[in-house]
Design a protein around this ligand. Structure first.
Ligand code: GAR
Length: 217
């Protein structure tokens, strides 16, 4: 049985689109059952509908600071679509600890930095200001703290001396679109084991690569 996934968005939804593309391929262990936006003007809504995925808006603004009330409506939609797993794709709304606890181990997020470095806003600018030579993206399980939680998968790019937040962000976004579907595949296949705050992969990582930046020769 394929795991039923809801993708939560607030904007353009390029990660959503990558997950939708992956999920229609043969043997992918999850199907995208619904896309939910907390903003009616999210560009991703149209993209989802164009792919034949039900896309609904639950405006968060009218709920103001009452996060629990918003989450009650959200939870009803998730129940209605019999959702097993939630993927956040640029979903710009914080959750209560109660909601996060309810979905612990079943709610994924992607953030464009090598967490735990540079959580929050402007991660690309933060990386350039820090002068790191390798940057990247992280898929993780969601916990109450923003952009934190057990790490499922990371992908890296070399930072160039002439990078701007825009050029770095464009290269990292390509990585995001690769690792998010792969992380979802692992979770949906039941291959991830949580040991405390650490994700372990059944069968091992099978990888022994290195990435050195800058290349000195
Ligand atoms: C992505 O880069 C995602 O990693 C980031 O928002 C962007 C959404 O783009 N998420 C965060 O910064 C979470 N803190 P998208 O709508 O095209 O997927």
């Amino acid at each position: 049985m394929k795991r039923r996934v809801a993708i939560l968005i607030s904007g353009r939804g390029s990660n959503m689109a990558a997950l939708i593309r992956a999920a229609v391929t043969k043997d992918f262990p999850a199907e995208i059952a619904v896309v939910i936006s907390n903003r009616a003007d999210a560009g991703g809504l149209e993209k989802a509908r164009a792919s034949g995925i039900p896309a609904v808006t639950i405006e968060s603004k009218p709920f103001g600071k009452d996060r629990a009330a918003f989450e009650a409506v959200l939870q009803s939609a998730l129940d209605e679509h019999r959702i097993d797993l939630v993927c956040l794709g640029g979903f710009m709304r914080l959750f209560t600890a109660g909601f996060v606890q309810r979905w612990y181990g079943r709610m994924l997020n992607i953030h464009p930095s090598l967490l735990p470095a540079f959580p929050g806003l402007d991660p690309h600018g933060q990386a350039l200001t820090a002068g790191v030579k390798i940057a990247g993206a992280t898929v993780h399980f969601v916990i109450p703290e923003t952009d934190a939680g057990p790490i499922l998968m990371q992908g890296a790019v070399a930072v160039r001396d002439d990078d701007t937040p825009d050029t770095l962000s464009a290269r990292i976004l390509e990585i995001e679109h690769k690792i998010y579907p792969e992380a979802l595949r692992l979770v949906a296949n039941g291959r991830i084991r949580l040991e405390g705050n650490i994700c372990k992969l059944d069968g091992g990582t099978g990888l022994n690569g290195t990435l050195i930046s800058p290349a000195s020769s």
